[in-house]
Design a protein around this ligand. Structure first.
Ligand code: NAD
Length: 497
């Protein structure tokens, strides 16, 4: 049965001022899951006003770090208690498997809240000293004010938490906009925010189209920072809009991760790492393995083993514990991925595994995990973000050539290198132009690890203490210690007493 949802603004549950709604669909069944308010610019205005008022009143930033920390811990406990429900909502709305939602997304969300609850008590400037010799400088870190956060559909609550947790821990207030395809887990989470006792206006959610809600958050003078995880094209638009009032921008954008395989790598380890790293979340992951660049000595063996594993994936109902891969998030996304597979074939790539809609699934936006072989770095499939379960594989002769190819994309989010000789692996890792490089692994991420890209993958970090700093500003306060009207440096401006 489908549900009607409301937005959470200023501590109240509200409809859109226009009264309009939009439907949210389960991508595995194509059935309606719920109706959600179609927010307008005025709705964003109300949410921003609520967040501004809450910030300016000091009801949140004025709390002691210990009190803020305790409230965030309480919220984390509530999420943990309701993790089963939230995991199910996420799986139904995104199509990700229940084992993935329950054992990966939700524990990470809880841990992330706890990590930043701890950080709330570490907000400090680096030093206080008499740098001028005449007075004391005090350097303090402060919250920014109101943060606008814009979230993608692939990890709706998980990525939202990467913004919500550090922003609130630092003392900011926040307005969050989920993706229109997947707003449900964030709205369910808002009920826990209400139950936690967080003051009204500190946390707000507005649902609706990106062009409206996102644009208002990016342009509003009352918003001090806009943080986006999304497509690089969206990032460009946000940067442009935010320039109107020079607000701080934080962008986590697309990726095209390479996995570089050295000649001495263990084929079984690489094949396992590649299909797990390439097909998790149905390949809809900005760090997913998209290009396996393998030494020609083991290229054929690797293709064979990766293809066997790809064919062995259990595709089906995301709520079934046994399912390894659910559907793509929408029909549009499936058609986009299928379009790329066709383009790849036209460019000369061959399908080694998958490439079709599974015959067993009558409904839902399913697609087989796909391996394209005989690709090359010049092909569109190796340069553009496909964002689905497709891994391109090609061989190399010299390592310099492999590194050059790995770096030959506009993106720079994540990469990996596999090999037995760790010195060679380390040298390759140093050469790879990506924000994260894993060695003999692809995809491990926990709260202490900074996550963020180079080049057109954006700037600023999610997770870790680096992310906490993004949500603060540095203030310098200077206190004169001379106590005199005329200071030693005044003569450089004025000769008299
Ligand atoms: P998207 O850019 O289409 O949407 C992201 C969010 O931006 C949504 O909430 C959307 O409504 C909003 N939006 C869209 N157009 C807007 C506009 N003109 N103004 C303001 N807001 C707007 O991205 P998506 O399709 O939801 O997510 C997939 C993309 O996200 C991929 O490119 C992927 O690589 C990227 N991603 C990056 C990371 C990372 O950490 N770097 C993580 C996950 C996803």
């Amino acid at each position: 049965m489908s549900k009607s949802y409301k937005m959470y603004v200023g501590g109240k549950w509200v409809d859109s001022e226009s009264g309009e709604t939009f439907g949210v669909v389960n991508p595995a069944t194509e059935r309606l899951l719920g109706n959600v308010p179609k927010g307008t610019r005025d709705d964003v205005g109300a949410a921003v006003d609520a967040a501004r008022a809450a910030f300016d009143s000091g009801v949140w930033s004025g709390k002691t770090p210990a009190d803020r920390s305790q409230l965030l811990w309480k919220l984390a406990d509530l999420v943990e208690e309701n993790a089963g429900h939230l995991a199910e909502v996420e799986s139904k709305n995104v199509g990700k498997t229940i084992k993935y939602s329950r054992e990966s997304d939700l524990p990470f969300i809880v841990d992330n809240l706890r990590f930043f609850a701890g950080c709330a008590r570490t907000l400090e400037g680096r030093s206080a000293a008499e740098y001028s010799g005449l007075g004391t400088s005090i350097i303090r870190r402060e919250p920014l004010g109101v943060v606008g956060a814009i979230i993608p559909w692939n990890y709706p609550l998980y990525i939202a938490m990467w913004k919500i947790a550090p922003a609130l821990a630092a003392g900011n207030t926040i307005v969050v906009k989920p993706a229109s395809l997947t707003p449900l887990s964030l709205l369910e989470f808002s009920k826990l925010v209400e139950a936690s006792g967080l003051p009204a206006g500190v946390f707000n959610v507005v649902t609706g189209p990106g062009e409206t809600i996102g644009a208002e958050l990016a342009t509003s003078k009352k918003v001090d920072m806009v943080a986006l995880t999304g497509d690089t094209a969206t990032g460009r638009k946000i940067m442009q809009m935010a320039s109107s009032n020079v607000k701080r921008v934080h962008l986590e954008l697309g990726g095209k991760a390479p996995l570089v395989v050295l000649s001495d790598a263990d084929v079984e380890t690489v094949a396992q790492g590649a299909v797990v790293g390439g097909f998790w979340n149905t390949g809809q992951d900005c760090t997913a393995v998209t290009r396996v660049i393998a030494h020609e000595k083991i290229y054929e063996k690797l293709i064979k083993r990766m293809s066997e594993k790809a064919r062995n994936f259990r595709i089906g109902d995301p709520l079934d514990e046994a399912t390894d891969m659910g559907p793509l998030v929408s029909e549009t996304q499936r058609e986009r991925v299928e379009g790329f597979i066709r383009v790849g074939e036209e460019e000369g790539a061959k399908i080694a595994a998958g490439g079709r809609r599974p015959r067993s699934m009558k409904k839902g936006f399913f697609l087989e995990p796909t391996i394209l072989r005989d690709t090359s770095q010049e092909m569109r499939v190796c340069r553009e973000e496909i964002f689905g379960p497709v891994i391109c594989v090609y061989g190399y002769g010299s390592l310099d050539e492999a590194i050059e190819d790995a770096n030959a994309v506009d993106y720079g989010l994540a990469a990996s290198v596999y090999g037995r000789d760790v010195v060679s692996c380390m040298k390759v890792a140093n050469e790879l132009d990506f924000g994260t490089v894993w060695i003999n692994e692809h995809g491990v991420l926990v709260s202490e690890m900074p996550h963020g890209g180079f080049k057109q993958s954006g700037f600023g970090k999610d997770l870790s203490l680096y992310s906490f700093e993004e949500y603060t500003r540095v203030k310098h306060i200077y206190l004169d210690l001379t106590g005199k009207a005329v200071r030693p440096w005044h003569h450089t401006v004025y000769h008299g007493d």
